[in-house]
Write a new protein. Structure first.
Length: 399
């Protein structure tokens, strides 16, 4: 009977075009990756040849008194009082921009207090933009308010992070995401949601209208579910319409001021969008309404990840993955493939998984990449996938 079920399982996998990958797919690049910067954390890094740039949100280090100085010799006691205060601990978080070689010294190029940050790095590394957000977590909430004020800053570097300029920006206006076409042209997206555009490298910003229905009057910190800038230079914004039970995807081509609804996806939440230079759009979505809007007794129901396509005329469901494979990102590979990036949640610790399709989403090759990594990314320009486990950096090619 066990053999019979094994054969059936194999046939089912083949029927949907699955081929499960094995071990030995990674090439070791470094066994000493980011070891020097404390506390340890790989951050959001990029590799170019043998050079690395990293944006890293970091927590303060905690030290402890020697046994003879403790009030209770048998209990660890932090060296300073703030280390035991959750709010003060959060206030000392920071964002760092680091540079290094694959095996060389890690150099701290920039550091700023921050509990939240986002960045954009030009493909040729000529320009970096960085936004930071910091709030006093040790202070009492203002009377009648649900949130502490957050101070937002915007920085720019044109020499790979060696020197930085603080750009003019109102501190009370949140910036959550940076989406740039090139060093001169790009968007900022913040709470509300709100969208701003620059044409001159951040010297001036114009606020643009957001899609109707994307705001919640009761939530001043409302955000889009997803904001993506495609290879066609179109900014796409997705948000869930609870009344209609659909995700609405609006498109804003560069140079236009008002976005238009492009299409909707019924009963799914958008996780990622990828679009090529011809404007063919691919969407990764999760079945069901937004997780935290569901009743607690419905949150554990299976929520499969689904890939859709939109060709400026009609929407097509390309593939639905098994519920245990949760997708987080969707990429276009250099050879026009589709790359699904996610995790297998059926295991206790989770295993990283990718699925690749080279026939427009008809068949998919699934590859299990090992237990969940500490960090990594996929380079859509070179087709290189990077992975960090412990202090080891690995790479593989997915063309």
């Amino acid at each position: 009977m066990a053999r019979q079920w094994g054969v059936i399982s194999l046939l089912l996998l083949l029927a949907v075009g699955y081929v499960v990958g094995g071990s030995g797919m990674w090439d070791s690049v470094s066994n000493d990756f980011m070891r020097e910067d404390k506390p340890y954390g790989v951050g959001d890094f990029r590799v170019n040849g043998k050079s690395i740039i990293t944006m890293k949100l970091t927590k303060p280090e905690i030290t402890f008194k020697p046994r003879e100085e403790r009030s209770d010799p048998n209990r660890a006691e932090p060296s300073e009082p703030w280390m035991s205060n959750v709010g003060e601990f959060a206030n000392r978080r920071s964002v760092r921009i680091l540079s290094s070689g694959l095996e060389g010294e890690v150099i701290r190029r920039f550091e700023e207090p921050a509990q939240r940050a986002d960045w954009w790095l030009a493909p040729d590394w000529s320009t970096l933009y960085l936004t930071t957000g910091w709030s006093d977590r040790a202070a009492e909430l203002p009377l009648g308010q649900s949130y502490r004020p957050e101070l937002t800053q915007l920085f720019k570097s044109t020499d790979q992070g060696q020197e930085w300029e603080r750009l003019r920006w109102p501190e009370e206006q949140n910036i959550t995401f940076l989406r740039f076409i090139d060093p001169q042209r790009g968007y900022l997206i913040g709470w509300g949601p709100r969208v701003w555009r620059t044409r001159d490298g951040g010297e001036h910003w114009d606020e643009l209208p957001v899609p109707e229905g994307s705001r919640n009057p009761e939530n001043p910190r409302q955000q889009f579910d997803l904001v993506a800038l495609g290879q066609d230079n179109v900014l796409r914004m997705a948000f869930y319409d609870h009344a209609a039970d659909v995700s609405r995807i609006h498109a804003l081509p560069w140079g236009e001021d008002i976005s238009q609804q492009a299409f909707t996806i019924p009963g799914h939440v958008v996780m990622d969008i990828a679009a090529n230079t011809e404007g063919n759009v691919y969407v990764l979505a999760t079945q069901g309404a937004p997780y935290f809007s569901l009743p607690s007794d419905e949150r554990d129901a299976p929520r499969p990840s689904v890939v859709w396509s939109w060709n400026d005329d009609s929407l097509h469901k390309l593939h639905e993955f098994p519920p245990e494979l949760k997708g987080y990102a969707l990429y276009l590979t250099p050879s026009d493939g589709l790359l699904f990036d996610g995790v297998n949640e059926s295991t206790l610790l989770g295993n990283d998984v990718v699925a690749v399709s080279y026939d427009g989403g008809g068949s998919w090759k699934i590859e299990y990449e090992g237990r969940s990594a500490q960090g990594g990314y996929y380079d859509v320009q070179t087709g290189t996938r990077w992975r960090v486990e412990g202090y080891s950096l690995y790479r593989r090619e997915i063309p």
